[in-house]
Write a protein that binds this ligand. Structure first.
Ligand code: ZN
Length: 242
């Protein structure tokens, strides 16, 4: 069984299309999405429609929840809040019903999945050893998948200690070597210094995970964001992946 994991698409249609072209070339058995389909970016309805058609499992993220009105704008910084208000106005009925049907955590035969963490599936960033350990201790699956931080990570639990760190393009881990907590990175707004769209390939027969990055036409997404009147800082950051 092989699965492609995507997360934090953030309404970046060109990034999502580039990732799915690479995913399709690998012919995985399933696509799992860890949430934040919308927010920040200019094409929320198209991204929701694609994920609705393609993902076998999908979680909801904090930016999806604020777009639905389930979280308040005051929980977000100025630029994220402006983009969330814009997204609220844009979302069509199908996207709204789709996001409204999702939960921030889930599981499959092979893994436990959270938008953010096991301790707080909506909000907590797993960026420290302490946070990773807490999520690994609250779960039992050999593999735990999280999104939300937009940083691709591979962290292993061995003898009660967390080791590992960021996972650049081409990084591979041996899934049989330890319990793992993996973050695929972000499709639509990477924040680990690599502006290319991120995704993760899991192979449960050969027991490995492979971190992948894909170039996409960043300037097309940026010009759509500026045309929509979204905050310029959100467009600018896409070029640097921060
Ligand atoms: Zn996100």
């Amino acid at each position: 069984m092989r699965a492609a994991v995507i997360s934090d698409i953030h309404a970046n249609l060109h990034a999502l299309e580039a990732v799915l072209a690479e995913v399709d070339a690998e012919r995985p058995d399933a696509i799992w999405c860890l949430g934040d389909l919308v927010g920040y970016g200019p094409r929320p309805n198209e991204c929701c429609a694609i994920v609705r058609a393609r993902a076998d499992l999908c979680l909801v993220g904090n930016h999806d929840l604020v777009a639905l009105g389930s979280l308040g704008l005051e929980d977000f910084n100025l630029e994220a809040g402006l983009a969330a208000a814009w997204t609220r106005d844009q979302l069509d009925g199908d996207a709204r019903a789709q996001l409204d049907s999702l939960a921030p955590s889930g599981s499959t035969e092979q893994a436990q999945l959270f938008h953010a963490s096991a301790r707080d599936p909506v909000w907590e960033y797993v960026l420290t050893e302490e946070a990773a350990l807490a999520t690994l201790e609250l779960t039992t699956a050999p593999l735990v998948l999280v999104g939300h931080s937009h940083v691709a990570l591979a962290l292993a639990l061995e003898d009660g200690l967390v080791r590992g760190g960021t996972a650049p393009d081409g990084a591979e881990v041996d899934l049989s070597a330890a319990r793992w907590l993996l973050n695929p990175g972000s499709v639509g707004q990477p924040r680990d210094g690599d502006p290319r769209a991120a995704w993760l390939l899991l192979d449960f027969e050969r027991r490995f995970a492979s971190f992948r990055r894909v170039a996409y036409p960043i300037e097309r997404t940026q010009s759509e964001m500026r045309g929509a009147g979204l905050p310029d800082a959100l467009a600018s950051r896409l070029a640097v992946g921060q």
